[in-house]
Design a protein around this ligand. Sequence first.
Ligand code: AP5
Length: 213
Amino acid sequence: MRLVLLGAPGAGKGTQAVSLSEAFGLVHVASGDLFREALREGTDLGIQAKSYMDRGQLVPDEVTIMMILGRIARPDCEKGFILDGFPRTLEQAQALEEALKKEAKAIDKVLYIKVSVEELVKRLSGRCVCRVCQMPYHNTYCAPEANGICDRCGGQLFQRPDDNDETVKERVKVYFSNTAPLIDYYTKAGKLQEVNGGQEVEIVARELVAATT
Ligand code: AP5
């Protein structure tokens, strides 16, 4: 199974991808996580991506497409994957479709997690993320058992530098101009399933699992 999780910044893509990948045994491929990993390793890709991420802008398509297509071509993705944060532009969606088509493959479902802008802002302002496994938490909604420590791997939690008010506003703006058109693109392709992401994490998770079958 090959899935795409679509939704605005803070919609819950990362949170839900973790449980979906466990439920279906799929590899979780998150473009933002890959950029942050590259930055931690000090690679050219990471350094280049940082300047865009800090401003809430999209990393250029060419670079992003190459990174993701390279990742999903690895053997662990052979049985399936969940894309989180990719595609984010029509160019990225078309490149993905063409690359899969060459292998006689296709995206099976696009799960669109819909959340109001007010809720997105609340979620991002209270978010903290694990430095090691990148699992997202929230001070109020999804607090870790021990303050500042990841429940999953024991890593330290931190606030992402792009979760400040100004960058969040820009990321939401960029989402509506560049990524929201994909809702129409995948609806026309007959692949889109919309889920109300404004509900509790467990309810959203249940509805996403149901939407994939
Ligand atoms: P990326 O890391 O992909 O960030 P994003 O899309 O902005 O998404 P987020 O990680 O902010 O949100 P999410 O939907 O995963 O929500 P989460 O589960 O954490 O991208 C960062 C940057 O990288 C981009 O700005 C861009 O520069 C670059 N980039 C990445 N991909 C790119 C691409 N394809 N092309 C070009 N550039 C790219 O949840 C958010 C919070 O809400 C958490 O605190 C969580 O605990 C909480 N929460 C989750 N679900 C619920 C719920 N149901 N109820 C209450 N709280 C909840």
